[in-house]
Design a protein around this ligand. Sequence first.
Ligand code: PLP
Length: 391
Amino acid sequence: MARLPAGVRVERIYLDHNATTPLDPRVLEAMRPWLESRFGNASSLHWFGQGARAAVEDARVQVAALIGAAPAEIVFTSGGTEADNLALQGAAAAAPGSRRRVLVSAVEHPAVLGTARALRAQGFVGETVRVTAEGRLDENDLRTRLDETCALVSVMLANNETGVLQPVAEAAAWARTRGALVHCDAVQAVGKVPVNVDALGCDLLSVSGHKIYGPQGVGALYVRRGTPMRALLHGGSQERNRRAGTENVAGAVGLGAAAELARGLLAFEPARLAALRDRLEERLLTLPDARINGRGPRLPGTTNVSFGTRDAVPLLMALDLAGVAVSTGAACAAGAPEPSHVLLAMGLDRDVVQASLRFSLGRGTTAEEIDRAADLVVQAAERLRLSSRQR
Ligand code: PLP
């Protein structure tokens, strides 16, 4: 990434909250005892173990409350990626032999798309369901593909690149009529919009700690009571035999604390972020060739903007030098030469896809930051256009 000359300092503005969020200091305080003085194996029968067990179970209650689940339906994992892997692989492995198809939307995160692909080795057929030009699941395509040979349907709640909210409840209702299980990757939605597993009608739902101001490397999978699912990790009987391995006590406590804080902020933070996002978009759209990618209901703090047909990486680097952190799309794909599979699936031209940047706002984002970031983007975009014209 671009380097500043020695001695030059800039005020940094972080607009990449969909990649990761800073740890909330209150979350750190909740975790601190389990990183410093307190310890114990949550499976041990003595006082040390009982303390750890109680901390993990309290955290389970907090995570369950954020998504309207029962605590026993929460399985702690090492993050969203493991939750997605466990959902798809675990449900597929437990499916009857007559159900060998797995349907996933074309705009899923690589954690879902890659797992669906990997299931081929176990004799499954992974199929991608189309999305509309707005970036929303094509419900007709899903309905056409769904039948009694489908084991599982996986549809994310909010797309990480465009923020577009997906019709999960509608997809789940259709999947149920065909007896297929439903997984929802809600990693980008949880804590940003209200999420309720019963309202969605899903059987499995993925959560990640570091997207909600919790620690990296911890997440959870909601598994509806009675859902057939095989474990991926074998060993001890932790997590009711659904995920072997000594519990990450500090991580679980952090995820629980982050979930509780997020629940408390849902009443007003989404509206604040939506107003800031709209303010940013209004300013960016003063550039003659800027356009928003993704339409309809979206996450409040996310926007994906293409700047004509120029490669957006020089713009991203100019912004980084000026102190503004944004992304070309999914963090996991950043640096990789391939253009965004999400924007391509929406039917955008390759050069428009390459010209796109994602701005994702968060709790620390202020109106002043948005105004300053917008000025810097407009200036940098105009400057780069000028220099490419002169070439
Ligand atoms: N699913 C979505 C939609 C994501 O945005 C991400 C992370 O970017 C993941 C899954 C993976 O989560 P984790 O980073 O916790 O493995």
